[in-house]
Design a protein around this ligand. Structure first.
Ligand code: NIG
Ligand code: FE
Length: 415
């Protein structure tokens, strides 16, 4: 017979639950539900109860819970969620970075053999096992930083075979890390240079041949596309997204990074999220605010490219839901420090603590269509992180330098 395992954590100076917040729009710090002198009871991999420590203590004792007694000052938060990354790749693009800083344009770099296609070539040369190993390394670094769920895109394969290889590598990586990796198919990243046929022929081949395999083998239930002048146009992507929707995939879009057009496509197709949005104008902001599509800011890409941030304040004030992700990738966002980037976005865009933290917890969960995490609430996964402080506001104030002291994933402490 399987025995149930109970764990009781506390006392915590503050447990910031991220519960009962509005799904969309601005959030004030006063709206946060914070339990002082809190205890969290875990049953197996889920949160069983959360409340004042001394109220829960007798029950914890009577059911023989393992006691994680905290003698110092800690603040608990739900495990962080990075809802947009490209951490499965081969090689490096340090050369691109140096060229950009020397004033070369994206196009000049691509012409000199750099850019996304360079990473495609290097990823194709990397074995599935090596790709999985490289992905686990990054996922584990993220996990130590408190990120317990990480979305990971393909998109450096750009053929049926190579996209499959990437998604299988992501699956293999997921089996070898304690963090949850959520796969997304980004076969529509850029048109592959070596495909014999038009861009639309390429997309049709992917939709007809790869989509059924993804479903059959459970390799991804999310489809992404990069809508941009240098990638795919809104017209190119119509039948691709129609097919994806018809088959029941969730849709997400790389939208409005350099030019607008992508967020309109995202809204038209009822995409779960529209990510980037650095170039969005008031028109796109209003469009997103009136929709259910979650806006995802990627401050790491702004830092990596040296361009303006996503207009996060305007999006929130207009009524949009805003998540924040790292976009960790070898080209535009090599840093991969989600908490630092979210905190810094907050200073530039004048976001409240609540808005920043919701963007990397509950709203990021919604951007992945996950409803079992991102909040400290009974029934949710016991993904819990403890910061060594008395005041949750230190987490953004320290701009990412305050690291979690303990990380629990599915109720198990990560060492
Ligand atoms: O989200 N914008 C397109 N794709 C990635 C960059 C990928 C790369 O440069 O390798 C992004 O920024
Ligand atoms: Fe991206």
């Amino acid at each position: 017979m399987q025995t149930i395992k109970y764990t009781f954590i506390g006392p915590l100076r503050q447990a910031v639950t991220m519960t009962n917040l509005p799904e969309k729009g601005a959030i004030k710090d006063e709206q946060l539900h914070i339990i002082k002198e809190a205890g969290i009871m875990i049953m197996d991999d889920k949160i069983y109860d959360i409340g004042p420590y001394w109220d829960l203590y007798p029950e914890a004792q009577s059911i023989g819970a393992e006691m994680i007694n905290l003698r110092d000052d800690y603040v608990a938060l739900p495990g962080l969620i990075d809802c947009h990354t490209h951490i499965c790749f081969g090689g490096s693009r340090a050369q691109d970075y140096a060229m950009r800083n020397a004033g070369k344009s994206y196009l000049e770099i691509a012409k000199a053999g750099g850019g996304i296609w360079d990473t495609v070539s290097l990823t194709r040369k990397t074995s599935i096992d090596k790709l999985a190993q490289l992905t686990v390394k990054k996922a584990d670094r993220h996990l130590r930083d408190g990120i317990t769920t990480i979305e990971v895109k393909s998109g450096y394969g750009l053929s049926i075979e190579e996209e499959l290889k990437m998604l299988k590598a992501i699956k293999l990586a997921n089996e070898n890390t304690s963090s949850d990796l959520i796969p997304t198919c980004l076969a529509a990243h850029i048109p592959p240079k070596d495909f014999q046929g038009t861009q639309r022929n390429y997309l049709k081949a992917i939709a007809d041949e790869l989509f059924p395999i993804l479903q059959g083998e459970g390799l991804a239930n999310r489809i992404d596309a990069f809508i941009e002048d240098t990638a795919f146009t809104p017209e190119d992507i119509q039948s691709y997204f129609h097919k994806a929707k018809e088959m029941g995939f969730d849709i997400t879009v790389h939208a409005d990074q350099f030019h607008t057009g992508g967020s309109q496509v995202a809204v038209n197709f009822g995409a779960i999220s529209a990510d980037h949005l650095e170039a969005s104008t008031d028109k796109e902001i209003a469009l997103l605010a009136q929709s259910k599509t979650i806006a995802v800011a990627l401050p790491g890409a702004s830092m990596g490219l040296g361009v303006a941030y996503t207009p996060a304040r305007k999006l929130l004030d207009a009524g949009a839901s805003l998540a924040i992700a790292s976009d960790w990738n070898p080209g535009s966002a090599p840093m991969g420090d989600l908490l630092m980037q979210a905190a810094v976005l907050g200073t530039y865009e004048k976001l409240s603590n609540a808005e920043v933290l919701a963007g990397i917890t509950t709203r990021a969960a919604a951007a992945l269509n996950l409803h079992d995490r991102g909040q400290l609430n009974p029934g949710m996964l016991a993904d819990i992180i403890l910061f060594p402080t008395v005041d949750y506001r230190d987490i953004t104030y320290m701009q990412g330098r305050l690291k979690p002291f303990k990380v629990f994933k599915n109720g198990v402490e990560i060492n």
